[in-house]
Ligand binder design. Structure first.
Ligand code: SF4
Ligand code: FE
Length: 524
């Protein structure tokens, strides 16, 4: 057995025995990549250009900065191979009838949308982290429906091209990174007015056999451990920005593609030696984001799914965002389940669990978590078909769902830190705990209830630290769009005129009476 696999296996056995079973034992054949181990093996066969802290990463499955994220994504493969979760984690392709990963499926009905939400919560519970694969799923669903509508309008053949590519993704069971967010340069200017045109990914050259693209995408969750990049525009574009209206698929190791993996809070603690201080030694703190730079990357015709059709860019971006906003009420509730469990256990082992205020705060954590989950289920239950047949979530409810994440997750984290106590911020390191000279002092003065090893209290504290600090909450705030993006859509979709009519109808105020704003305009 190779060194990296051995380390990973040891960690898995040591820390979460059931994960070992998912990753390496269940072998039933479903798709080409059948389980977590095969997924990791597939990543070792491709050679994307990835940098971290100025140095090249040769193997993302073994590098301490990236390996935890790889294992979190591997869980999406593992659940599909487990009898218990197969129904949630797989689907039947409407294109081929084959059994495929739900992460490559085009939602065919409301049941598909709801199963996805349930799957994401389970994955959040099992990894305590972002498992990254949903971004590609949302990109696939948005692109599928929009390609159909471009073809209807312009007589192009994007839909057939996309279906061919998607069948390849489904049958090979590949991981796709949905690449949307551009650097944006001067935010007061749109793509066409930037002094540097590369601030938005754009078509640098149109050739007979394809396109050459240039630019970059930022904050790309799961990019370094994906197989394919699905490039999409970042915003609705006007006619002047035709060269920026490009959707295409690019292999991660295509010539001209470079990734730079981001730093995360406490990433220097990821050395295998420091697995207690890491907090979450098997899986990452959050998704593992990277810059993807495209330096004149050639894309052949069959991988191009939009080429200048600016009028459909807004629809594409909005569908992608709505799907991803719906997801956040599922994956994040899985994380909140873990955090609530960690804090409850900590109160037990430090003897504070019987306090009425402790029970009250834990009740509030559960309440917030379930309220958030309700909106994720609700926007899925209210889903409806697009002209292509692919199902969309209810966009208003999806925006409300993500907006709630930006509050509830923070409130749950605040309550967790309140209950845990200040020692989380001042804990000595694992080196001190294991020191021959001073280890006895750490064990003695960080103990809790008699009979519970001090190490357990320290491990739980580090887990809470990892789940409430640094990057984890930033992700909840800005992932799937910053809070203001949802507020704009909530007001836009709020149908205020209809609500005004409801109030007027109750009071018998006639409809013909003009709104104050219209009256003023008329008087002028
Ligand atoms: Fe999936 Fe959640 Fe990660 Fe987004 S943040 S990729 S929805 S796990
Ligand atoms: Fe995210």
């Amino acid at each position: 057995m190779e060194k990296g696999l051995t380390l990973c296996t040891v960690l898995a056995i040591d820390i979460q025995r059931h994960i070992f079973l998912y990753l390496y034992v269940e072998k039933e054949i479903i798709m080409k990549l059948k389980n977590g181990a095969e997924y990791m093996e597939s990543l070792r066969k491709i050679k994307p250009r990835i940098y971290y802290k100025g140095k090249k990463i040769e193997d993302v499955t073994r590098h301490p900065a990236t390996a935890p994220h790889v294992r979190a994504a591997a869980m999406t493969y593992a659940l599909a191979a487990s009898k218990e979760y197969r129904d949630l984690a797989t689907a039947t392709s409407h294109l081929t009838g084959h059994t495929i990963s739900r992460f490559t499926h085009v939602h065919q009905n409301v049941e598909d949308l709801i199963k996805k939400i349930k799957l994401l919560r389970v994955l959040g519970q099992k990894t305590g982290s972002c498992f990254q694969r949903c971004v590609g799923l949302d990109g696939i669903n948005a692109t599928y429906s929009v390609c159909y509508e471009i073809d209807e309008k312009y007589g192009t053949d994007y839909f057939e091209r996309f279906k061919k590519w998607l069948i390849y993704i489904q049958d090979e069971n590949l991981m796709v990174v949905g690449a949307m967010t551009d650097p944006k340069g001067d935010r007061s200017k749109g793509p066409a007015d930037q002094p540097d045109p590369d601030q938005y990914v754009h078509i640098a050259e149109r050739r007979q056999d394809g396109l050459v693209i240039r630019g970059a995408k930022l904050h790309m969750t799961g990019a370094v451990n994906s197989h394919e990049i699905l490039v999409m525009p970042t915003a609705a574009l006007d006619e002047r920005s035709r060269d920026y209206a490009v959707v295409c698929a690019v292999p991660v190791d295509a010539p001209g593609v470079t990734m730079i993996f981001g730093r995360q809070a406490s990433d220097d603690r990821r050395d295998q030696e420091e697995r207690i201080d890491t907090g979450k030694p098997v899986f990452g703190a959050v998704g593992g984001e990277a810059v993807i730079a495209f330096e004149d990357v050639f894309v052949p015709q069959e991988r191009i799914f939009m080429n200048g059709e600016t009028d459909l860019t807004g629809t594409l971006v909005y569908r992608f965002a709505a799907h991803h906003r719906a997801n956040y009420g599922a994956c994040k509730t899985g994380l909140m389940d873990v955090l609530t469990g960690a804090v409850s256990y900590l109160t037990q082992i430090q003897g504070t669990d019987k306090g009425s205020h402790v029970k009250e705060k834990i009740t509030e954590m559960i309440h917030l978590c379930e309220t958030l989950y309700s909106s994720s289920i609700a926007c899925s239950a209210e889903g409806c078909p697009t002209p292509s047949g692919a199902y969309m979530v209810d966009t208003m409810l999806a925006n409300v769902c993500k907006q709630n994440v930006t509050r509830f997750h923070f409130e749950v984290a605040r309550l967790a830190l309140d209950l845990a106590g200040g020692f989380i911020a001042t804990l000595p390191s694992q080196y001190d705990l294991e020191s021959e000279d001073i280890g006895h002092l750490v064990r003695k003065y960080f103990s809790g209830v008699e009979g519970i090893p001090t190490e357990h209290r320290i491990k739980i504290a580090r887990l809470i630290e990892a789940m409430t600090g640094g990057t984890a909450l930033v992700e909840s705030m800005h992932g799937a769009g910053s809070p203001q993006a949802q507020r704009i859509m909530i007001l836009r979709e709020g149908e205020l005129d209809k609500k005004i009519k409801l109030a007027k109808a109750l009071l018998g105020i006639p409809e013909e009476e003009k709104e104050p704003s219209q009256r003023k305009a008329k008087q002028k």
